[in-house]
Design a protein around this ligand. Structure first.
Ligand code: ADP
Ligand code: MG
Ligand code: MG
Length: 252
């Protein structure tokens, strides 16, 4: 079992108006096999948490820690984080001209594992994972993200989960812009990764809709850069009914 610990994390960004503190002391522990939903209103700092775990240079950690099995994640390069078993969905958002999906995925897998997967197994694994996710077989030969629809990009994120087998996946708004069919396929992929290799998931979402398909073990409500409330799946049900007004009213 592995553990990802976020301890009293404070994160700032530099803006034209000066330094702005966005995360104001976030503490959270995830173990492999667990699903944690981070929910909250827009602007509450959810994506900032994801970007900070990903090592985005814009976000300055002013205090606190992120530890993966006791190792200091904040000292790791972005590549080292991937090798250590963290999957950060926003890591490859750009189009990469002239690089096919198959080659890109194999290169990434090689970088993560430290050895290249045998070509024969790899081709088979990619085909099987693509079929599971109802991704068209032609896709393997298309260039990375070139002309991909929003839904296709999300499926490719989940394809990477199945192929890279990370210990922890941080999925930021993976549900946004998906129709119900795509949402089901994507959710099944996350559930499979959890069942098959005990992946731990940090599922960041504004809406409760995806939580009908991916059952969280824990729900954390973000308000103004901190966790305002924590609970089990019943908290998501309550948010579905009540929205975030209760939290915002307290803040005002
Ligand atoms: P969420 O994902 O919950 O909607 P974000 O983490 O994106 O929230 O944003 C939290 C706050 O930080 C917001 O007020 C947002 O405007 C600000 N913020 C985040 N990233 C940046 C950035 N790169 N530049 C300026 N402001 C930012
Ligand atoms: Mg603090
Ligand atoms: Mg966000």
């Amino acid at each position: 079992m592995s553990t990802l610990e976020i301890k009293d994390l404070h994160v700032s960004i530099d803006t034209d108006q000066g330094t702005k503190e966005i995360l104001k002391g976030v503490t959270l522990t995830i173990k492999t096999g667990e699903t944690h939903a981070i929910m909250g209103p827009n602007g509450s700092g959810k994506s900032t948490l994801a970007s900070t775990i990903a090592g985005h240079p814009r976000y300055n950690v002013t205090s606190g820690e992120i530890l993966l099995d006791g190792e200091n994640v904040l000292e790791m390069s972005v590549d080292a984080r991937a090798r250590a078993g963290l999957f950060l969905a926003m890591q490859y958002p750009v189009e990469v001209p002239g690089v096919t999906m198959t080659n890109f995925l194999r290169t990434a897998k090689t970088a993560i594992d430290g050895t290249a997967p045998s070509l024969r197994h790899w081709t088979k694994d990619v085909k099987a994972a693509m079929a599971d996710l109802k991704i068209d077989a032609d896709f393997a030969n298309r260039n990375v993200n070139e002309g991909f629809s929003g839904g296709e990009k999300k499926r490719v994120e989940i394809l990477q989960l199945e192929l890279f087998k990370p210990k922890f996946a941080i999925l930021d708004e993976t549900d946004s812009g998906l129709d119900v069919d795509a949402l089901k396929v994507v959710s099944e992929g996350v559930n499979r990764a959890q069942a098959e290799h005990q992946m731990g998931t940090l599922l960041i979402t504004h809406y409760t809709r995806i939580l009908r398909y991916i059952k969280p073990d824990f729900v954390h409500v973000f308000v103004d850069g901190a966790i305002a409330e924590q609970g089990g799946p019943e908290l998501a049900d309550r948010l579905e009914e009540e929205g975030y007004d209760r939290f915002l009213a307290v803040k005002a």
